[in-house]
Design a protein around this ligand. Sequence first.
Ligand code: AHN
Ligand code: ZN
Length: 334
Amino acid sequence: MKKMKHLLTLILLLIIASCNYPSQRSKVAAADSAAVSKPKIDIPAFNKDSAYSYVVAQLAFGPRVPGTPAHEKCAEYITVRLKSWCKDVIVQKCRMAAYNGKVLDGKNIIASWKPELKNRIILCSHWESRPWADHDPDPGNRRKPVDAANDGASGVGVLMEAARQFSLKEPSVGIDIVLFDLEDYGPPQDESQGDDKWWGLGSQYWAQNPHKQGYSARYGILLDMVGAPGATFLLEGISQQYAPDIQKKIWDAANRIGYSSFFLYEKGSYVTDDHVFLIKYMNIPVVDLIHLDKTTDSGFYPYWHTTHDNLASIDAATLKAVGQTLLTVAYEEE
Ligand code: AHN
Ligand code: ZN
């Protein structure tokens, strides 16, 4: 009787093992072929709570409008944090005339890993707030400044967490995180003559006066409005035209690691953003990773340039999708 029981157990085990065999086998085969097409490296886990906390910290200063104490203090905050993760941090000052003749003092903040390498990539975003919520549905709000949780702080929050990850494990290629000032001082809607040159003043300066002589990079990724719940990143037109392969690399990485609901293979509009000036003056292909929405009048996310672009419109899940994708692209680069 005891022998019989053992025999039954053995048969049962064999049945289980044989059932399991094909699926294990195909898993191994799948892993093998993945290893052939992609380099085997451990990609660190992007911490979304950490990124979110950097967004909260920026917003605590109030709107970071050029010429205000909040702007000054936030530049100091970002610089101090970056210096804790990176030994090569440069603050580039610039004075730029705005559309209304006002002279603005700007600071581009640059953190570089492996600065000696020619083989490098740029990760960038703008950090300051727009002075006017000129697209607010309430006309009474249209001269108020924007908290710029999404349109400013989100990209910086993601890049600060990336910087923290780079401090723990350096990618193979050189990296420059470049945080632009004075991106969003373009004329309010009711004063606009449709001229694009008043946007991206900080990036226009850096692209024509890089922090290092003879500076170049293989490519760049610009983050703009990367924190709204359920954000949709469409294939922005200028990026598609000047950096199609980089754009595909980013979208493919995102889709491969599970973020297909955010990164859609759908053609989006053409946006005058910081990437345009890097393409134009530095001849570097740069992709704008930007939340585009065909259902809104602006073509951007619903709270764009409104007083609702505040902390309540930030979702750490979106920061994670963008941050993990960025880390994947950066660490897989060789
Ligand atoms: C223009 O509206 C011309 N460009 C949008 C670029 C932008 C503003 N990104 C964030 N804020
Ligand atoms: Zn803006």
